[in-house]
Write a protein that binds this ligand. Structure first.
Ligand SMILES: [Zn+2]
Length: 119
């Protein structure tokens, strides 16, 4: 293996270890045990100024959704799935992959009649 190939291989190993670390959750310093992943928080907020329907805050494990900016419940479900996938994957999926997976999830959930209960 050439020097460049070895370097790329090492880089790939480090990247894969980082991905596994993200997916498995943080390690406790004292015991080395994995801590459970924190639940993803959500917040409803107007994002009109940012011209967004939603966004994902990876560091905070939080999604922010402009609930009232959506034209339909189906579209809202898609945005929620989309932002959760960004946080859940640690942004390791491409935008295209997130888009496709969110559409699939929202489509199945919607056809299964999952809906919000509004008080
Ligand atoms: Zn996105």
């Amino acid at each position: 293996m050439g020097e460049r190939a070895a370097l790329l291989e090492r880089e790939n190993q480090v990247r894969n270890a980082a991905k596994l670390h993200w997916l498995a959750g943080p390690e406790q310093k004292e015991t080395g045990k994995r801590m459970p992943r924190k639940p993803i928080k959500w917040r409803a907020e107007s994002l009109k100024r940012q011209k967004l329907l939603g966004f994902a805050d990876l560091a905070a494990r939080e999604i922010v959704v402009d609930v009232n900016a959506h034209g339909s419940e189906r579209e809202l479900l898609d945005t929620i799935c989309h932002e959760v996938l960004h946080v859940s994957s640690g942004d390791m999926l491409s935008e295209k992959a997130v888009d496709l997976m969110a559409q699939d999830l929202a489509s199945v959930l919607y056809r299964m009649k999952w809906r919000r209960v509004l008080d």
